[in-house]
Design a protein around this ligand. Sequence first.
Ligand SMILES: [Zn+2]
Length: 390
Amino acid sequence: MKTRNYKFRLYPNDSQEKKLQNNLAVCRWVYNKFVECAQKGFISRNDCNYYLVELKQQERWLYGYYSKMLQAISAQIDSAQKVIIELNKKGYHTGNLRFCKYHDYRTFTYNQTGFKMEQHGNTDLLHLSKIGWIEIRQHRDFPQNSKIKQVIVTKSKSERWFVCVTVDISESLVDIPKISFSRSVGIDVGVKSFAYDSNGNQTPNPKNFQKMLKPLARVQRKISRRKKGSNNRLKAILKMQKIHEKIANKRKDFQHKLSTQYAKNNDVVFVEKLQKLNMVKNHRLSRSIMDASWGIFLQKLEYKCKMVIEVPARNTTIDCSRCGNKVPKSLAVRIHRCNFCNLVLDRDYNASINILNKGLNKLPQELREVTLVEMPKVSKKQEEATQFVG
Ligand SMILES: [Zn+2]
């Protein structure tokens, strides 16, 4: 059994939007009631559900809302408390659960039942119990043998409504993928280029964020100039959140396209183990965003590719990928130049070949039916680039 998530945009009419908004408000109210209890001591999922029954008897209007949606909050509280307990065990200092503010509560969940999806003519519709049929743009079909497990309705920061549909897909035995290690690639992620692979493909860093920094700074200045609580300030805040959403969307789009391409062309992808410590040390904003974006890119690779293997990062930039000679270099040196075998090529390209070879070497003997990559000839373009640098 495999699960997959699909995100679709919802187009509620005015009265439906009011109902959705109401749902959020009620869920938040219940959530905060639970938090109030949790602050006095651990409250389990069952306790929450009992408390919910009591609440309903006091506040009869709660019956107007889908009961399973409210019960899902119990599970949410339960797991949030467990996370805090785990963190405390590891020695992190965490506070108690906090009350959720109006604008921060943005999702509610219908689990197992209470929803239906149908197509009427050209329009796709989602039925939510106690709310009704809402227009939805289902831009992608579900695979065969799939069953909807739950739907999560979200209001984005730019006030648009989305639904995340979780689908269970039953797989037959025939579908188990065959893996061929001859279809392997090593990928090096870096600052200069987002990814450089052992086939010599270079993917430059998307400049999305840099491009959006100016409008972002402009709108942030506006916010700081305007009076707190004023309508104009709220408008500017909404605008800022829209820009943030746009950046996030562009990044997602870029990462999806690149990871899909790698998943299509390769069975096995070797990547460097990202060093978390180095990431935290770096204080520059743009750099830290890049770091985060690699992590998310790796996650996408992991669920799309048949196999992703992490290779320890030790010496991948220093070793010569042809002869193994060590060529130490600072971050500023972009070209790998080996004095022993006269290999000259881009440092990230060299690293990606090392990652691939290291990865293949580490495989158990029975899997290693492929030979290591032979050193590709340096292309003319690269030679020119090298001459220019040298
Ligand atoms: Zn060499």
